[in-house]
Write a protein that binds this ligand. Structure first.
Ligand code: GAP
Length: 542
């Protein structure tokens, strides 16, 4: 089957998400709210599975990471210390005609003829505007179009019948100063802080102003000392958190990819400064050393190897939930792209249908954050390392991932169109979501072959009840069995169990209490004993 074009593919994915209840537009009956999304029954399960897998990989499967669940609104000084109030902004521009706002770096460069005006007059009303304005139109397009746009601009300034003044033209190449949608001049770029503000308490005053957190990370830094005191963890160790973050993005786009409310999964992994390692072990292992292994942490590791280690761990984790290595790109930021506090940052990118874009950033942040909080709070962030017999402010490696972006990447990866036989064995096209069983919203569907045979229904319900305590099960007795399979294929359910007359022992005792187990991807069916189902399925979904 021919591959659908990328925009077509994205449209199909968005439509399936709504039709099957993965993702809905937030506040849809009121026309939606740009940049906000709701997860339906299947989407909610998918997200929960992603978060559980991540949490398990960080805390349950390691002994050097502990969890935190902090509040969304925190002391506003935190955002001064972290630099968010002063620097967490994007440059934005507004269309001078429609007031539509764009992120300056996302305006498409255009070439053509620019028409400049020095102002306009309305002689009948005796009015004048001295505001300069310009319009960019494609070379060769009629000048009247530019004049029409300019007249609209002056009409908005109170001139009912504007006569344009001082028209001149200029050929322009690759300019980002004009609105690609109507050619109108844009404002000069100016910074726009992305934090969402609110007021804490009954009085809406500057003193009570606070912010919805733009990242979960800062809570980990400010609770560093408390966690050290209670957890018996010793550096190197990490604190992880999953939670909502909010950014007033100028142009939310690409479905859920850039939203205004989203969830993050962040780890702050605290390490010894390289100087302390040097003193302890006499040498710091470096990335440039001949073939350093980054598989098992070593006491000689400096920040470079810890950073590489986490990049590799995270890529392995993505692979373990079904993102193929060929869909991921490891991008090492260049020196001039790094944030001022970062020593190195690796972005893990995913090949979305709309382009290869960031899923997660893994930054080596030095001790910037703890030092800032020490300075702004006046509380020591120093840590006494008993083994090193040294006091220091730990450095940090930060793998920071977005749950919603990952859910979208998994949905894009899972989406597949292929051919499957219908009731009569005739091939028809089917949509199948090939989720890895670990993150699939529903793990297994249970079907009695016929709903009007009480013995089949009773047995199927017994199988459902047997599996329910261990995994999410969907019971479906409505419609032809082929249609029921198709519904589960679209939901991404990896396994289907059919209870038929053989299960009841009608063909002989050897098939009594066996069911057919259908594999979603291969559509192969095996006969399996009901008594073996729990262990067999658990093995495949863990
Ligand atoms: N503490 C570091 C930090 O927040 P970031 O690169 O700004 O770093 C980390 O964000 C991750 O959060 C991104 O890689 C992305 O997965 C997710 N993310 C950031 N902004 C987002 C948005 N507007 N919508 C959805 N996810 C977003």
């Amino acid at each position: 089957m021919a591959e659908p074009k990328t925009s077509e593919l994205m449209e199909k994915i968005v439509s399936l998400c709504k039709r099957r209840g993965f993702i809905f537009q937030s506040s849809e009956i009121y026309g939606g709210l740009n940049g906000f999304w709701d997860y339906g029954p299947l989407g909610a399960e998918l997200k929960r599975n992603i978060k559980e897998c991540w949490w398990r990989s960080m805390t349950q499967l390691r002994d050097d990471v502990v969890g935190l669940d902090a509040s969304i609104i925190m002391h506003p000084k935190i955002w001064e210390a972290s630099g968010h109030t002063s620097t967490f902004s994007d440059l934005m521009v507004d269309c001078l005609l429609t007031k539509k706002r764009f992120r300056a770096d996302q305006v498409e460069a255009q070439s053509g003829t620019a028409y400049f005006y020095t102002g306009a007059t309305d002689s009948t009303a005796g009015k004048e505007s001295k505001d300069a304005f310009s319009v960019l139109i494609a070379t060769g397009k009629h000048a009247e179009y530019a004049r029409k746009v300019a007249r609209q601009f002056y009409q908005q300034r109170g001139l009912e019948n504007p006569a344009l003044l001082g028209e001149r033209t200029e050929e322009v190449k690759d300019s980002t100063r004009y609105n690609p949608e109507n050619g109108s001049l844009l404002t000069e770029p100016r910074p726009f802080n992305l934090m969402l503000k609110t007021y804490v308490g009954p009085v809406e005053s500057e003193d009570n102003k606070s912010y919805l957190r733009p990242e979960t990370a800062q809570a980990i830094f400010v609770q560093f000392k408390n966690v050290v005191d209670v957890s018996r963890q010793r550096v190197p160790f990490g604190v992880c958190q999953i939670g909502k973050a909010f950014r007033n993005e100028i142009n939310p786009r690409n479905f859920t990819f850039r939203s205004r409310e989203f969830e993050q999964m962040e780890l702050e992994f605290f390490i010894r400064p390289d100087e302390v390692i040097q003193k302890m072990t006499g040498a710091v292992a470096l990335l440039s050393d001949p073939q350093p292994s980054t598989l098992n942490p070593q006491p000689t590791w400096g920040w470079e190897l810890w950073h590489k280690y986490w990049v590799e761990q995270r890529i392995k984790w993505y692979e373990s939930i079904g993102l193929g290595r060929d869909t991921l790109v490891e991008y090492w930021q260049k020196k001039d792209e790094l944030a001022h506090y970062a020593r190195a940052t690796v972005d893990i990118l995913f090949k979305f249908p709309f382009g290869t874009q960031e899923l997660e950033g893994i930054a080596a942040r030095g001790n910037f954050d703890l030092m800032q909080h020490q300075k702004f709070s006046g509380k020591s962030m120093e840590y006494f390392d008993e083994e090193a017999k040294a006091k220091y402010v730990p450095h940090v490696i930060e793998p920071s991932a977005g749950v919603d972006r990952l859910a979208l990447a998994l949905i894009c990866t899972a989406y597949c169109e292929d051919q499957a036989p219908d009731e009569k064995g005739k091939m028809e096209s089917r949509v199948v979501m090939k989720f890895h069983p670990r993150i699939a919203p529903i793990k297994v569907a249970v079907f009695p072959l016929l709903k009007n045979k009480p013995a089949l229904v009773e047995k199927a319900k017994a199988v459902r009840d047997l599996l329910r305590p261990h995994m999410s099960v969907f019971y479906d007795e409505a419609g032809a069995i082929g249609r029921r399979y198709r519904r589960q294929d679209e939901a991404g359910t990896p396994f289907g169990l059919t209870i038929d007359f053989d299960t009841l022992g009608e063909k002989g005792p050897e098939l009594l209490d066996t069911v057919t187990l259908r594999d979603r991807d291969t559509m192969k069916q095996d006969r399996v004993r009901i008594g073996d189902l729990v262990s067999m399925l658990l093995e495949r979904i863990r």
